[in-house]
Structure formats: structure tokens, C-alpha cells
Design a protein. Structure first.
Length: 458
């Protein structure tokens, strides 16, 4: 700064000379002398130098402060770097210690690790068994500690192992016992009501003679939308009312699957409805055929009893076929043998259609029934192939209706044809037996007339 002052001072003096000369020329006007002007210049110079010195001092102070801050930052940096190195060394040492401790833990655990895994697996399986068992309705909340044990990441405690063992033993015990208890049962309309339930192991539950099913999702007992056939419900009712040590009971070892299939099985009415219009025609024809066969059986039985009574009687009764044949014989008793034979043959032939009336209809029905069943089979197969054409074979339920029509109509046709065939055979034999009696009695009459003619000619 002093060097700069020495350089600028001569230049400033040279610059002020013209100003001094101008001031001298105009002294009267300005009212200042050169000495005054010089003093002012010196004063201004002094003030400038003072200001410069102050600024230099302030800058130097700030420079010292910055140097101190820089020195402190470098010291802090060195301290942090030293701490980082110490922490890094400590981290590496901790890693080595952890690895060593883990090896030591694995060595000390040994088979306990495998045992822990097995315990978790058994706990999870037991939890699933209990949640899917209807014994959970009687004793709820048993699966909670097992679920915690199955999801635990720590070694199981002795109490947890005892809980697992106890729940396994209790489930086995409950599975082998039958008991009654009170619980809420969901009805077919969705409402819940407290009811007394009889549980047979973990397989079957009944209440008021009705079978119940166990809903795994809600863990509740629910009444079936449709009960199984009466032979099962009767067993359930008798079992609930039994007071002895042993009683018969229906048990579903599949825990509801077989019972569901039995319930879903169509009733006889639903099975007949699957046959469609052809099935109803077959049943109608079968009913008519059976009614006609019963009527013919009753009629032939009555005629047969009257014929047998007529065989034992000597007087002709026109109320039965044999009596009418005997009346024809009496009317032509004095005629020659050939005439009597012809008259009796005519009388027998007149009675035969009456005895065989309706048998042809029964036979026709027995033949038409399987033919109608075959017609239903063809219709059902056509419907099945139409479903296959439209929807493919991906969903078997789409083809079930057509297959049901085909099978049910065939079944109904055979069910009607077999008994009608047997009835026709039975009635035909019975009718033929009566005709043979008439023919036998007519032949006997002709023989007696021939003997009488021989005696008269002799």
C-alpha cells in the first residue's frame, strides 16, 4: 500500500497544479488561497490513508479469522477421519465376531435346528387339522397358539412344546368320542340360533334329527339346504334319542364330502324330470299298462274261480264261459257227434277272445317302452352333440342335461318294459290255462256224446 502511495503522490501533485493555478487566478472569486487548498488536499489525503489503513486492518483481521476457521476445520476433519478409521476397524472386527458367534451357535444348536423346523411344520399341520375339524366349534380358539408357534422365528419354549403335544392328544381324543353340546347353528335362511348338537367324532354332527355341515371358513355348523334320504335322518333321530352305550349312526369318514354327494344326488322325482317329455310318456304308458294288467288279473281270477265252480256243478250257469259252453251242449245234445263238435268248437272260439282281451295291449306297451327309451336316448345324444358344437368339451356340466335325458329315458323304458313283459307272460299263461280248461271240458262233452251215439247204434 505504501508503494502505491508513493507512485500516486507525484501524479496527484501534477494534477493539482492546474487547479492551484486556476484557484490563484480566481482567488478573489473563490476566496481561497493555495495554502488553504493544499491543506485541504493534505487533509483529504490523510483521511484516505486513514481509511485505507482501517480497511487493511479489517481485511487482515478477517484473514486471521479465516485462517483460524480453516485450521479448526482441518483439525475436525482429521478427528473425523481418525474416528472413521476406528469405526471401520470396529465394524470389521464385529463382523468377524458375529460370524464366529454364528458358527458357535450352529455348532451348539446341532439337531435343535432341525427339531425346531419339524416343530413348526407339525404346528402348522395341527393348526390346519384343528381348523378343519368340527371339534373346533365345541372348543374354539385352540388354533391361535399353534399359529403363533408355526410362525415363530425363535426356538420354542417348553410350554409351547407342551401346548402342541396337548392339542394333538386332545384332537385325537375328541375324534374318538361322541358328545352333546350347545352352540350356535346357522339355519337354511342364514339366521343363527342356539341348539343342542350331537357330534360323532370329527365326522358327523346332527341336531333335531337333521344333519349339519361344518363350514371351515366361518368355523360354524350349518344346516344342510336339503337333508339326505329318510333312512339316514331316521338313524340320526334314533341316535339322538338313544340312551344306551351303543347305537347305530351314519358316519361320514370324508368329513362331509360323501354327505354332500348324497345330498346333491337327485331324488326319484328329479331323476324322472331329467328324462323330459319322453320320460313322462314312458311312465304314463307304464302306469296304464300296470293298471290294465291288474284289471285283467282280477278279471281272469274271477273267471277262473267261476269256471272251477262250474266244473263241479251239473247245471249250466250262463254267467261263466264253461257254463255257456255247457248250455250250447245241452241245446245240441240230440244232434249227431259232428254237429255237437262243431257247436262246441264255435262256443269255445267265442269265449277265447274274451279271455285274451287286453293281453295284446299289455304286450304292445312292453314293446313300446324300450323303443321310447331308445327315442329318448337319441334325443339326449343329439342335445349333447349340440352342446359340444356350441361350447366344446371343456365343461362336462354343459353336456350333463343331454346325457341325463339319454340315460334316464333308457332306464325308464327298461323299468316299464321288464315288469310289463313279466305281467303279460303271467296273464297269458293264466288265460291259456282257462282256455285249455274250456277245450278239455268241451272235448269231454264230445266224447260223452260219441259214447251215447255208439250205445244207441248198438
Amino acid at each position: 500500500m505504501k508503494a502505491l502511495t508513493r507512485i500516486l503522490a507525484p501524479a496527484l501533485c501534477l494534477a493539482l497544479l492546474p487547479l492551484a493555478a486556476l484557484a490563484q487566478d480566481n482567488e478573489p472569486a473563490a476566496g481561497k488561497t493555495l495554502d488553504q487548498l493544499l491543506r485541504e488536499v493534505q487533509q483529504g489525503r490523510t483521511r484516505d490513508q486513514q481509511m485505507i489503513r482501517e480497511r487493511e486492518a479489517e481485511f487482515q483481521k478477517r484473514k486471521d479469522d479465516q485462517a483460524k476457521l480453516l485450521s479448526a476445520a482441518k483439525a475436525e476433519k482429521d478427528r473425523q477421519e481418525k474416528m472413521s478409521e476406528e469405526l471401520e476397524a470396529s465394524f470389521q472386527q464385529n463382523e468377524l465376531d458375529i460370524a464366529a458367534l454364528q458358527d458357535q451357535l450352529r455348532q451348539r444348536l446341532g439337531n435343535l435346528g432341525e427339531l425346531f423346523g419339524l416343530v413348526r411344520q407339525v404346528a402348522g399341520d395341527t393348526r390346519s387339522v384343528i381348523e378343519g375339524s368340527m371339534t373346533n366349534v365345541q372348543i374354539p380358539g385352540r388354533a391361535v397358539p399353534l399359529n403363533e408357534l408355526a410362525q415363530s422365528k425363535e426356538l420354542p419354549a417348553i410350554d409351547e412344546l407342551r401346548t402342541l403335544w396337548y392339542e394333538l392328544q386332545r384332537e385325537m381324543t375328541l375324534t374318538g368320542t361322541a358328545t352333546r353340546f350347545q352352540t350356535n347353528v346357522v339355519g337354511t335362511d342364514g339366521t343363527k340360533e342356539p341348539r343342542e348338537v350331537t357330534r360323532v367324532g370329527a365326522f358327523t354332527a346332527v341336531s333335531d334329527g337333521e344333519f349339519l355341515t361344518y363350514e371351515v371358513n366361518t368355523q360354524e355348523l350349518k344346516e344342510l339346504q336339503r337333508q339326505p334320504p329318510s333312512r339316514f335322518t331316521r338313524t340320526a333321530s334314533s341316535y339322538e334319542g338313544a340312551s344306551g352305550e351303543y347305537a347305530d349312526m351314519v358316519v361320514d369318514p370324508s368329513r362331509g364330502q360323501i354327505l354332500g354327494l348324497v345330498v346333491d344326488a337327485p331324488t326319484p322325482r328329479e331323476r324322472v324330470a331329467q328324462g323330459g317329455a319322453v320320460g313322462y310318456v314312458i311312465l304314463s304308458m307304464g302306469a296304464i299298462g300296470v293298471a290294465l294288467a291288474i284289471f285283467l288279473f282280477v278279471s281272469l281270477t274271477g273267471i277262473g274261480s267261476r269256471i272251477r265252480r262250474q266244473v263241479k256243478a251239473d247245471k249250466a250257469d250262463p254267467g261263466n264261459p264253461l257254463g255257456r259252453i255247457m248250455a250250447a251242449y245241452e241245446e245240441n245234445r240230440n244232434a249227431d257227434v259232428e254237429t255237437v263238435e262243431l257247436k262246441l268248437d264255435e262256443a269255445v272260439l267265442r269265449e277265447v277272445p274274451k279271455l285274451e282281451r287286453g293281453l295284446t295291449t299289455v304286450k304292445v306297451f312292453s314293446v313300446l317302452a324300450p323303443l321310447l327309451g331308445l327315442l329318448g336316448t337319441v334325443i339326449g345324444m343329439i342335445e349333447t352333440f349340440q352342446m359340444i358344437t356350441l361350447f366344446g368339451t371343456g365343461d362336462p356340466k354343459m353336456m350333463a342335461s343331454g346325457i341325463s335325458v339319454a340315460l334316464v329315458t333308457t332306464m325308464l323304458g327298461l323299468m316299464v318294459a321288464i315288469p310289463l313283459t313279466l305281467l303279460h307272460s303271467f296273464l297269458n299263461d293264466r288265460s291259456r290255462g282257462l282256455v285249455e280248461i274250456l277245450e278239455e271240458q268241451a272235448a269231454g262233452m264230445i266224447a260223452r256224446r260219441a259214447e251215447e251215439a255208439e250205445k244207441l247204434s248198438a
